[in-house]
Design a protein around this ligand. Structure first.
Ligand code: ATP
Ligand code: MG
Ligand code: MG
Length: 556
């Protein structure tokens, strides 16, 4: 039997299991509620929920909550919320803590069958002895003694650190994870679910496989770092004679210019390097949601990269690509100006007040429209105007290898299209000192069949002549770190934070449609990128996040 036990499921156990599942595939997604979920967890959900969905099975959301010092109700609530946001419906929501009594009884059985003992080595001694493959001096103490001490541990009669329960595995094994792992430790600490009921808590290694067996999980899918723990997983189920799930591992997801471990994310949050777990620069799911990404984009990326066993970091631009492609079909277009420059249409009267119809999806002739006020004073993008037309310089001979970019914006003497409205011939400008204050132009409505200049400008008009359009704050994001592989920078990883990862633009101008948007609404601001209304918005103060630009940046 030895050597085969990890594959064998006794006939009776399998029959019991089949009766419980009805032959259905049951998976679980087992987050520890010690932080917010990140995009790596989205991959895990894609595997756990996705596999079950594909084969008509079910997936349990199980909080793997065996470390009360790190776990919080806030995290539990958030995880349930964000799993729902991703569009996954767990067949039930459970906690490892729900099984603490059953796990305790299994531990007593382990001791009784000579498969566990109470140990008194310190953490350092355990580590040293394990490295030297030496057994603990307490390993062969009488069963009765261990039973009594374990009861004392449970009753709170032994101090923290003075005793633990260890599994009596195989300290001669090649696999470090077979060397008498700790099953229970003493922690005088309340638990978010069980409160003060327990002062001993089971470890991950002890709990995970047992709860998988108790919940009749058919496929226990996890990341590759657990591969070396497969042996201990099956060892424990074997000695306790339970049913054995199938275990299968896949590669963890990493993304360039970011960190994904909860330990690092927590440090960024608690030390104030970002505004919170949902800072749009983080690849937490809450951050991605706030930034404006939709769950489908995240799932599409997971599908594209596939479920493989080779560990690679996915380039950030791949995630951007999926977010952009998904929003492209979903987010209606709207005109807005980030850095407004006043343009006076001098041939229109002071009280001129019209509306033009702008397209929700310009590339689709049948898409609907929304009204944009057109007035004598409109605002264009500051970067769309140049006092001296660089196009003229284009005609002059360049230096060898010089790349000249064509300028399609406005310049004195040049004609441009004011998008959806008409043509403007730039006739002049007004300066105060060195500062450009306004540009002047003459406006002409578009005529059918007319040949148009190449330059097309985004703009915003005044709904009430003489009154400025509503302003908003735009938050533009860049990658959070300057180094592609942050994991390779060791403990100095914080030094690689990009100081310009957030650029706040105040005083951007909105068309009325954008000004009336609600938190979470998503738009493409024409030419500027995809944006999403931020929860920091208040009546009279709109804040919007740039989710992504319109063009890929392959340097990410
Ligand atoms: P972290 O180091 O971020 O805390 P973790 O593995 O401790 O990660 P858990 O909450 O225990 O986080 O993870 C729940 C599930 O999500 C586990 O099955 C785990 O393997 C999986 N998971 C966590 N991070 C990733 C990742 N980067 N890629 C794929 N799966 C992941
Ligand atoms: Mg974990
Ligand atoms: Mg962890």
């Amino acid at each position: 039997e030895r050597g085969q036990w990890h594959l064998s499921n006794s006939r009776e156990k399998l029959a019991e299991h089949l009766k419980a599942t009805g032959g259905k595939v049951i998976t679980r997604f087992p987050p520890e509620p010690n932080g917010y979920l990140h995009i790596g967890h989205a991959k895990a959900m894609f595997v756990d929920f996705g596999y079950a969905e594909n084969v008509g099975g079910e997936c349990i959301l199980r909080f793997d909550d065996t470390n009360p010092e790190a776990e919080k109700q806030e995290y539990i609530d958030h995880i349930e919320d964000i799993v729902g946001w991703m569009g996954y419906k767990p067949s039930k929501v459970t906690h490892s803590a729900h099984y603490f009594q059953q796990l305790y009884e299994y531990a007593v059985k382990l001791i009784e069958t000579g498969n566990a003992f109470v140990d008194h080595q310190t953490a350092e001694e355990v580590k040293l002895y394990r490295e030297e493959r030496r057994p603990s001096p307490w390993r062969n103490r009488p069963v009765q003694e261990s039973l009594k001490l374990f009861e004392d541990m449970r009753a709170g009669l032994i101090d923290e650190g003075k005793a633990c329960l260890r599994m009596k595995m195989d300290h001669k094994n090649e696999n470090y994870n077979m060397f008498d792992l700790v099953a229970y430790r003493i922690k005088f600490m309340p638990h978010p679910i069980t409160g003060e009921a327990w002062c001993i808590y089971p470890t991950y290694d002890y709990t995970h496989c047992l709860v998988d067996a108790i919940e009749n999980i058919t496929h226990s899918l996890c990341t590759l770092e657990f591969e070396s723990r497969r042996a201990s997983y099956y060892w424990l189920l074997h000695v306790l004679g339970t049913y054995k799930p199938l275990v299968w591992e896949y590669a963890r997801l990493g993304i360039t210019y970011n960190v994904l471990s909860k330990r690092k994310l927590k440090k960024l949050v608690t030390e104030g390097h970002v505004s919170g777990w949902d800072d749009p620069r983080l690849l937490t799911l809450a951050g991605l949601r706030r930034r404006g990404a939709r769950p489908q984009a995240i799932k599409n990326m997971c599908r594209e990269i596939g479920i493989t066993r080779n560990e690679t970091e996915i380039p950030l631009h791949k995630l951007d690509y999926h977010i952009r492609a998904d929003l492209d079909t979903a987010a209606e277009r709207v005109l807005a100006v980030l850095k407004p420059l006043k343009l006076v249409l001098t041939n229109l009267p002071e009280d001129y007040s019209h509306t033009v119809e702008a397209k929700l999806f310009p590339s689709n002739p049948d898409s609907g429209t929304y009204p944009v006020p057109l007035s004598r004073v409109v605002y264009i993008e500051e970067t769309d105007f140049k006092e001296a037309d660089p196009d003229k310089a284009l005609k002059a001979p360049g230096r060898p290898g010089e790349k000249k970019e064509k300028f399609f914006g406005m310049a004195p003497g040049k004609e441009c299209v004011l998008k959806y409205a008409g043509l403007v011939m730039c006739t002049g400008l007004r300066k105060e000192g060195d500062k450009l204050v306004e540009v002047h132009g003459e406006f002409q409505p578009l005529k059918a069949g007319q040949k148009l200049p190449k330059g097309v400008l985004s703009w915003v008009g005044q709904a009430t002549p003489g009154r400025e359009p509503p302003r908003f704050e735009a938050r533009l994001y860049d990658r959070l770190f300057n180094t592609a592989s942050v994991a390779d920078t060791g403990e100095d990883w914080l030094e690689d934070l990009n100081p310009k990862s957030l650029i706040t633009v105040e005083g951007a101008m909105a068309t009325p449609r954008l000004a009336a948007a609600a938190v979470g609404d998503k738009f493409q601001l024409e030419r500027l990128g995809f944006f999403c209304v931020d929860p920091d918005s208040m009546p009279g103060k709109l804040v919007i996040n740039r989710t992504c630009t319109l063009k890929a940046d392959y340097n990410k």
